[in-house]
Design a protein around this ligand. Sequence first.
Ligand code: DER
Length: 231
Amino acid sequence: MAPPGAAERSAASLSGASTVDEQKRAAAIAAAELVQDGMRVGLGTGSTVAFLLPALAGRGLTDIRCVATSPATERDARELGLPLSTLSQLGGLDIAIDGADQVDPHGWLVKGGGGAHTREKIVASAASTFVVIASAEKAVASLRAPVPLELVPFEAAHTLATLAPAQLRDVPPSPDGGLIADYLGEVGDPATLAELLDRTPGVVEHGLFAPELVSLVLIAGADGLQRRVPG
Ligand code: DER
């Protein structure tokens, strides 16, 4: 996850970003501007967050502490000089910022395309404010499969069979030893599917994030930056 650079561009100058990467950068820069000195900051994972990290480092803040959601984010944050800590050391977070694979009109998210959704949900849940940053194509009318899963390795084939259609993803285990898989069936009502996944033994975590968790969604598109406040 190479830092994309060019973070010094202001969010205002990026209204009307036309490529997906420009949109990711615009949303990331707008989110970085929400961070103030004294804040404890959760850092998500993925290609949109790859634009956030240099934008945040470029703010020149001298008193922030960050918690990373993946080894890749941890490495990139360290290289950029962002001070890293842990949730247990900080006791909580003022803000967490992360990307998403899908955002529906109610603020439901699908996350975990990068397989980091378990750590991402822990960090988002620990934050007073959770900000989602996304390019325009992430906004969907209704959520659809795949919905990422992290599974306990023990009898994972059985767990997948109870959730069929679902399959293991051909990626390494999570840093915490969980197997990354995807639920491939109908999503329908996300709350109903989230409840099913929550009560399925062997599912460590799933990639459905409820609107209650989401404070603000920043979606950058060709027409500028859209701010959505779920609920
Ligand atoms: O894998 C994840 O959960 C990521 O945060 C994902 O939701 C967004 O990744 P992207 O910014 O690379 O699209």
